[in-house]
Design a protein around this ligand. Structure first.
Ligand code: 4NP
Length: 154
């Protein structure tokens, strides 16, 4: 099998999708899964910035590594490049659907559809919220990461 390529998408590419990138990289490696991972935002509001300090602190407390990450905006070429383009919420899913070439629409999905509980389909935006929003983001992303790893291993 060719190495699968996964792109995580949120709005700013400084909170949720960088967390997904860090968590999924660590867990895939632990599971012995070879995969190419990146993240991007549907907005260009934070291009070039490192992940949000609150995301880094919450993630590092669980042992994840955010080094080398810098915010970028999703580009048209991403749709042909990545096999799985996974949005953190419906708003970002719709933004992707608007710019994705029709032949690649099947590559789009909601990341949390890989979590076993299936009840929560969106990773809530923690940017303007209180402190526990970032640990909630981690909880949801860890579950979905394990589901995606299981799906890629079959
Ligand atoms: P993210 O969070 O989409 O998870 O990176 C946000 C980051 C920045 C903004 C909104 C959400 N913002 O409005 O600047």
């Amino acid at each position: 099998m060719q190495t699968p390529k996964v792109l995580f998408i949120c709005l700013g590419n400084i909170c949720r999708s960088p967390t997904a990138e860090a968590v999924f990289r660590a867990r895939a490696e632990q599971a012995g899964l070879n995969v190419i991972i990146d993240s991007a935002g549907t907005s260009g509001w934070h291009i070039g910035e490192a992940p949000d300090q609150r995301s880094i602190e919450a993630g590092e407390a669980r042992g994840y590594n955010f080094k080398g990450q810098a915010s970028r905006k999703v580009i048209r070429a991403d749709f042909g490049e990545f096999d799985y383009i996974l949005a953190m919420d419906d708003q970002n899913m719709r933004a992707l659907e608007e710019i994705c070439p029709e032949s690649y629409l099947s590559r789009l999905g909601l990341f949390l559809d890989y979590a076993n509980d299936g009840a929560t389909r969106e990773v809530p935006d923690p940017y303007y919220g209180g402190g526990d929003g970032f640990t909630r983001v981690l909880d949801l992303i860890e579950q979905a990461s394990d589901g995606l790893i299981a799906a890629l291993k079959t």
